[in-house]
Design a binder for this molecule. Structure first.
Ligand SMILES: CC(=O)CC(=O)SCCNC(=O)CCNC(=O)[C@H](O)C(C)(C)COP(=O)(O)OP(=O)(O)OC[C@H]1O[C@@H](n2cnc3c(N)ncnc32)[C@H](O)[C@@H]1OP(=O)(O)O
Length: 431
């Protein structure tokens, strides 16, 4: 039998995190760019840990929606920040998995001894979304730019047709199916018979949990005010089942549609960053170690031909990671399952509980089983905070690391993040 156990390496420490409050699209950050938000977030992190002018091993971050001018958004943000200009930095992109995948990449480099410290992050804006022109107009504009004579320029200009002037707006949809993420999630919700009320309950709990965490000051050293916001402006402490029940479905329309604006994440602007390091580096600098990033796993599903739900890849990643670490799904003190949609969290958990699915699709003799719901998203998640795609992973890693630290040594937390393109990332943190 193949040895699936994990080879021993040092574990990367999570020193702490920072994010700006998240803002619903076209509100507080309507005039801010990805670079503005990521730079401010890095500066907040640098200030929190006294790293002004310092160089960390690497900064790895990304955005799902990016202007062409931001070809290395992370490096530009570092150059605009108070970090040393000699700090290497680069972009990665794995849709909503970006922030967590960036943390895994930095942690792995620390584990291998290639760097001693690093920052992982993510940022996104749908307010300042990159608009593109269509293929025909773009080719005309390129030939116009290359034209050497007035005659060539006029010839190029004559090729422009009024219909070509309509911009290509980025769509929150899968290119291979044309369906919105929400419509994909609605298909999965129907398949797993996820009801409206359980989705609304999960959404209300997310708002209440996050509001309570803000009240007790949990986010005081995780969130830095930005452009007049001190808290995520999607957060509605007054959310109730009665109010949510009144909302009309927005995805998977028609009879039996259950997904609304409240049990789906809103389009959101924001950024997050996490400082990781070797234990030695943290000790040398007198910095805390909140938790360690122990392991992670990425999976992909064939949602195009394979009949699996677009956002179900974490379901597949989980047993691989658990087996490698000799753990069961029940061996955790906290669970952070990204609330892209309430129905996605519920479908994910239902799949892990289902004996037939776990046998046929995951090849397991027994189902992974249930999660203790009182340990799930205990300080709220994306339905309350909002979901600036690439920034969500950093929000979760930093919050979970702090939760584990507060709970004391020897505690374990599990992260599960679904991503567009049929992918998903899961990770284990330990205090
Ligand atoms: C990307 C990846 O890789 C993986 C993933 O994470 S997939 C997830 C990606 N994200 C998405 O797909 C975003 C999906 N969200 C959207 O497209 C839009 O937010 C949406 C279509 C769901 C809603 O858009 P909208 O209609 O403009 O929402 P909005 O106007 O704010 O809200 C509608 C109503 O619900 C109400 N509402 C929302 N939340 C509420 C709450 N908690 N309590 C009470 N009312 C609430 C609003 O007040 C509003 O009421 P009125 O019409 O009376 O003003």
């Amino acid at each position: 039998m193949a040895d699936t156990s994990k080879p021993a390496t040092r574990k990367a420490a999570i020193v702490g995190g920072n994010r700006i409050p998240f803002a619903r699209s076209n509100t507080a950050y309507a005039q801010a760019s990805n670079q503005d938000m990521l730079t401010a977030t890095l500066d907040g992190l640098v200030a929190r840990f006294g790293l002004q002018g310092a160089q960390v091993g690497e900064v790895v971050a990304g955005a799902v929606l990016k202007h062409a001018r931001d070809f290395n958004l992370t490096r530009e943000s570092v150059l605009g920040s108070t970090l040393a200009a000699t700090t290497p930095a680069y972009d990665i992109q794995q849709a909503c998995g970006t922030g967590l995948e960036a943390a895994v990449l930095v942690a792995n480099k620390i584990a291998l001894g290639q760097i001693e410290s690093g920052i992982a992050g993510g940022v996104d804006t749908t307010s300042d979304a990159p608009l593109a022109v269509g293929d025909d107009l773009r080719r005309v504009l390129i030939s116009l730019n290359n034209a050497k004579t007035m005659g060539d320029r006029l010839k190029a200009l004559a090729k422009i047709r009024p219909g070509q002037l309509v911009p290509d707006m980025p769509r929150n949809a899968e290119p291979r199916t044309g369906l919105a993420m929400g419509d994909h999630a609605a298909i999965t919700a129907k398949e797993w018979e996820i009801g409206r009320e359980e989705q609304d309950e999960l959404a209300v709990r997310s708002h209440h949990n996050m509001a309570a965490a803000y009240e007790r000051g949990f986010f005081d050293d995780l969130v830095t005010p930005f452009l007049g916001l001190t808290r995520d402006n999607n957060l509605r402490p007054d959310s109730s089942l009665e109010k949510l029940a009144k909302l009309k479905p927005v995805f998977g329309k028609g009879e039996g549609a259950t997904m609304t604006a409240a049990n789906s994440t809103p389009l959101t602007d924001g950024a997050s960053a996490v400082l990781l390091a070797s234990d030695e580096w943290a000790a040398e600098k007198g910095l805390p170690v909140l938790a360690h990033l122990v392991d992670a796993q990425t999976a992909a599903v064939d949602y195009v031909h394979g009949g699996e739900g677009l956002l179900m890849a974490p379901v597949y990643a989980m047993p691989v990671m658990l087996a490698r670490n000799g753990l069961t799904l029940q061996d955790f003190d906290f669970y952070e399952i990204h609330e892209a949609f309430a129905s996605t969290v519920l479908s994910t958990m239902k799949a892990w509980e289902d004996p037939a699915f776990c046998k046929e699709k995951l090849g397991l003799d027994a189902p992974l089983g249930s999660i203790d719901r009182s340990k799930l998203n205990v300080y709220g998640s994306s339905l309350a905070a909002g979901h600036p795609f690439a920034a969500t992973g950093g929000r979760i890693v930093a919050s979970l690391a702090k939760m584990l630290h507060e709970a004391g040594p020897g505690k374990r937390g599990l992260i599960s993040i679904c991503a567009a393109g049929g992918q998903g990332v899961v990770a284990i943190l330990e205090s």
